[in-house]
Design a protein around this ligand. Sequence first.
Ligand SMILES: Nc1nc2c(ncn2[C@@H]2O[C@H](COP(=O)(O)OP(=O)(O)O)[C@@H](O)[C@H]2O)c(=O)[nH]1
Ligand SMILES: [Mg+2]
Length: 89
Amino acid sequence: MQTVKMVITGPFSSGKTEFIRSISEIEVVTTERDITTEAERVKDQTTVAMDFGRITVDDDLVLYLFGTPGQRRFDFMWEILSEACWASW
Ligand SMILES: Nc1nc2c(ncn2[C@@H]2O[C@H](COP(=O)(O)OP(=O)(O)O)[C@@H](O)[C@H]2O)c(=O)[nH]1
Ligand SMILES: [Mg+2]
C-alpha cells in the first residue's frame, strides 16, 4: 500500500477547505477561525494553519490531503506543509 501526501493550495476563498471536506473519508481536521479583516468578509471563517483529510483511492493507494491557508500572511505554512514528511504527522 502506498500513502501519498497531497498539498492543496491556492488563493484565499478558492475552495481548498471545501474540496477536502467534499472528498475526505474521515472527518476533516480544520483550523477555521473567524474572519477579522474587513476585505475578507466574503465568508465567516478562514483556515489559519491547515486542513487535513484522507481518501482511499484503491487497495494500493491512500491520499493524505493537506490544505494550506490562502493569505500571504500565513505563507510560512505553505513551506511547512509542503516540506514536512507525512510519516511524522
Ligand atoms: N458554489 C460553490 N461554492 C464553493 C465551492 N467550493 C467552495 N465554495 C464556497 O466558497 C467559499 C470559500 O471556500 P473555502 O473552502 O473556505 O475556501 P478556501 O479559503 O480556499 O479554503 C465558501 O463559502 C464555500 O462554501 C464550490 O465548488 N461551489
Ligand atoms: Mg480554507
